[in-house]
Design a protein around this ligand. Structure first.
Ligand code: GDP
Ligand code: MG
Length: 295
């Protein structure tokens, strides 16, 4: 599993429009679901900062520990510093049933670090390393959620904005994706797991509302990751995966939901993910913690 975060420890304010934080978290129920590849795919887009860029796939070792990767990306002329916490998978832990624990501990430790700063006399220089979103990678079985998926999301949904994604969606047909999505949503509802719900603001213009609705309707996003450029059927170069029957393009919205996921994380819902983390998830954690301490 992996968790993605976005936080910029010390971003230079000299660049005029540096958005100082954003986060996502990547989690999957087992290793090999394409988490590291998707992080790479996310960062490759309009990447201009060369430092800390994730390495290409052939050089990239299997993820063995929770590690964070930071890179700057540019979106509509705005620079964002995105930090992603990548994690290994359940299958790599001795006790599969507790695969959620290291991730939950990591998320809570970041809340604790923030709480500790809030309690300082001088709160002028707060560093926010909280996780603002967690992408949960679902194996593309086409059937239903597995017990480990349910356990993981049940343990995490009160602490982080959960965004489920169907990993390696290129291995399913379009019909299978549609049916699998419906099944996942009904499983989640049945187990009362609250995934991230984007609110609708009445003040927004119609176009924005329509754009947001289109994004939200795609959840759980069916994603495909790739850091290689292939040749499409009409001879264009595109990031994607080549098959004997054709090419799946990562950035083509007819092929997968990667573009929608990216838009949600870094454009349409970034502020909202941060606000919900701060005002709802963190606030609740803080209250529980202080009550337990008898404060
Ligand atoms: P992780 O263990 O979850 O970080 O998975 P990796 O990103 O290391 O990928 C594991 C393997 O799956 C590699 O061989 C990738 O090339 C492959 N892979 C990654 N993303 C996709 C995808 O979207 N579709 C397909 N078919 N394979 C993928
Ligand atoms: Mg990995």
């Amino acid at each position: 599993m992996a968790a993605a975060v976005a936080h910029p420890p010390n971003v230079a304010d000299s660049v005029q429009q540096v958005v100082r934080k954003k986060l996502g978290g990547f989690v999957g129920c087992e290793s090999g679901l394409g988490k590291s590849t998707l992080i790479n795919t996310l960062f490759n887009t309009s990447l201009y900062a060369k430092k800390n860029v994730p390495r290409p796939e052939h050089e990239r070792p299997q993820t063995v520990a929770i590690e964070s990767i930071t890179a700057d990306i540019e979106e509509n002329g705005v620079r964002l510093r995105l930090t992603v916490v990548d994690t290994p998978g359940y299958g790599d832990f001795i006790n599969n049933e507790e695969g959620w624990k290291p991730i939950l501990d990591n998320i809570e430790a970041r809340f604790d670090a923030y709480l500790e700063q809030e309690n300082r006399v001088n709160r002028a220089k707060m560093v926010d390393n909280r996780v603002h979103a967690c992408l949960y990678f679902i194996e593309p079985t086409g059937h239903s959620l597995k017990p480990v998926d349910i356990e993981f999301m049940r343990r995490l949904h009160t602490r982080v904005n959960l965004i489920p994604v169907i990993a390696k969606a290129d291995t399913l047909t379009d019909d299978e994706v549609v049916q699998f999505k419906a099944r996942i949503l009904s499983d989640l509802a049945h187990h009362r797991i609250e995934i991230y719900q984007a609110p609708q603001y009445e003040l927004e213009d119609e176009e924005t509302i329509a754009e947001n609705e289109e994004i939200v309707r795609k959840i759980p996003f069916a994603v495909v990751g790739s850091d290689t450029v292939v040749s499409t059927s009409d001879g264009r170069p595109a990031r994607g995966r080549a098959y004997p029957w054709g090419t799946i393009e990562v950035d083509n919205e007819d092929h997968c939901d990667f573009v929608k996921l990216r838009q949600m994380l870094i454009r349409t819902h970034m502020e909202e993910l941060r606000e919900h983390t701060n005002h709802a998830l963190y606030e609740k954690y803080r209250e529980e913690k202080l009550l337990a301490m008898g404060v």
